[in-house]
Design a protein around this ligand. Structure first.
Ligand code: AMP
Ligand code: MG
Length: 466
């Protein structure tokens, strides 16, 4: 079978990327294949399961029509600017049905610096599970088409089995991609990039300012969705934020169990820069970097360009707060013009009592009388909250069920899936994946997957795996 690759990115000027073939691996085996996504892309899943399919998904064979390349980009990492990052362990094969297909963990590229270009199997399975869970939860995200065990070891803290993820995205254009040309003051290529981004994502937009506005809107919506699920991305560097508004790069990401606005998991984020409560501020900070990069295209008069860009950026807090209010109103089953104070009071009670974010909201929709089970003690403040909630309006239970997941990819579950996978036992991976396909459905036989971790199961830190 010939895969119907288009290669629009490969047609861009040479300094947008470096052409590199994937590096073959010793003895690949397929762990997971996303049949639904394959069909959406109009690829026959049976072909991907075949020997040749596996060779393609492991980087052992470059499919006919693909033009593997590592994309160039810059990025602010934890606030510091790196002018040249680029795909150091990923290759774009091309586009199929308008979507990028990328192999991640497929060997060194000209952007690898000191890295090995590989990925451990753990992070591959984590990204597969979490990105597919996000999709099922209704969050814009890159997706996982396949996970392969490479049959080789990678060396991190210790030797670990290696893996390769096939990722699918509306595109892999990042804020960092725009920064790459801005940093070189290459305004012609900057313009080419903006035209390309508009054509792929927002064909109705006219100019760079429109693009800034659109990305600001998309990111405000996206971050509000993350906040509504207790999702912490963990590495919100500008190279990990897309122009499409899809969540990308599931490194040390995690869903929080107990509600704590200051929660962070990433081991490398010692300062908590990317903690839960900071995510909207960081998004706005990243968008400011995008605005800066776009300035030369916004107006010839740079003073005017700055003013126009600032006006767009100034919209972010309002857009974010409106999106957040809508999302949390649904979570408590009230009309979207409800009162943030009511929601904030509940969140404050959850913080004080270290209540589980997901279980509290789910119990509100399923059985409000069980709400107290998720708090350490019944307090007048809690009763007062319930009274206020009941007085506000009759809650829309069906809406709440659709807005409060029963199942999220909890850290301790992911960790045990990864531990089992290290011993080539993939059954826990498949079970968790299956449950997360319908996160808003009660699944009585898997009830225990809703539970928060026991004290000895709590995961305190997550790692990029790079
Ligand atoms: P990330 O933390 O995945 O967003 O990656 C940040 C940068 O480091 C990107 O340029 C990656 O391509 C690069 N990188 C991460 N891990 C590796 C690796 N194992 N080998 C080469 N480059 C890597
Ligand atoms: Mg990245």
């Amino acid at each position: 079978m010939k895969l119907p690759f288009q290669n629009t990115y490969a047609r861009l000027p040479a300094d947008f990327f470096q052409r590199t073939p994937p590096t073959p691996v010793a003895s690949p085996s397929l762990i997971a294949l996303n049949h639904d996504l394959a069909r959406e892309l109009r690829i026959d899943p049976d072909f991907l399961r075949s020997e040749q399919g596996l060779a393609i998904l492991s980087g052992n064979e470059t499919p006919e029509g693909a033009e593997p390349l590592a994309m160039a980009y810059s990025g602010h990492q934890f606030g510091g600017f790196s002018p040249v990052l680029g795909d150091g362990r990923a290759l774009l094969l091309g586009e199929i049905a308008g979507k990028d297909l990328q192999l991640k963990g497929c060997g060194r590229t000209p952007f690898s610096r000191r890295g090995d270009g590989r990925s451990a199997l753990g992070p591959v399975l984590r990204e597969y599970l979490v990105s597919e869970a996000m999709h099922a939860l209704g969050v814009p995200t890159t997706r996982a088409l396949a996970a392969v065990a490479s049959g080789e070891q990678v060396h991190r803290e210790e030797a670990e089995p290696g893996g390769i993820l096939t990722r699918c995205a509306s595109s892999h254009l990042r804020i960092g991609t725009v920064q790459f040309f801005a940093a070189r003051q290459d305004h012609a290529k900057l313009r080419t990039l903006v035209e390309y981004a508009k054509k792929r994502h927002y064909p109705d937009l006219k100019n760079a300012l429109d693009l800034l506005r659109k990305v600001t809107q998309k990111q405000a919506q996206l971050i509000a969705q993350w906040m509504g699920l207790g999702f912490i991305h963990g590495v919100m560097n500008t190279d990990n934020m897309t122009l499409s508004g899809e969540t990308i790069d599931y490194g040390p990401c995690a869903f929080m169990d107990r509600y704590d606005p200051a929660q962070k998991f990433s081991f490398i984020d010692q300062q908590g820069r990317y903690a839960y409560q900071n995510q909207p501020y960081i998004a706005q900070w990243n968008l400011s970097r995008l605005a800066e990069a776009l300035l030369p295209l916004i107006d010839e008069n740079q003073e005017r360009a700055v003013q126009l860009a600032q006006d767009e950026l100034a919209q972010f807090p309002e857009l974010y707060e409106a999106a957040r209010l809508k999302i949390f109103s649904k979570k408590i089953g009230l009309p979207s013009n409800s009162n943030w104070d009511l929601i904030q009071s509940l969140l404050d009670l959850m913080t004080q009592q270290k209540a589980d974010f997901t279980l509290v909201f789910r119990s509100l929709s399923q059985d409000p009388s069980s709400l107290l089970n998720h708090f350490q003690e019944d307090t007048p403040a809690l009763q007062n909250w319930l009274t206020r909630w009941h007085a506000a309006a009759p809650p829309d239970r069906a809406l709440m069920d659709r807005s409060n997941p029963a199942f999220i990819p909890r850290n301790h579950r992911i960790e045990s899936v990864i531990e089992a996978a290290k011993n080539e036992n993939y059954a826990p991976f498949h079970e968790l994946h299956q449950i997360l396909r319908q996160p808003y459905q009660e699944q009585p036989e898997f009830q225990h997957y809703q539970d928060s971790p026991a004290p000895d199961e709590i995961v305190c830190a997550t790692f990029c795996g790079t």
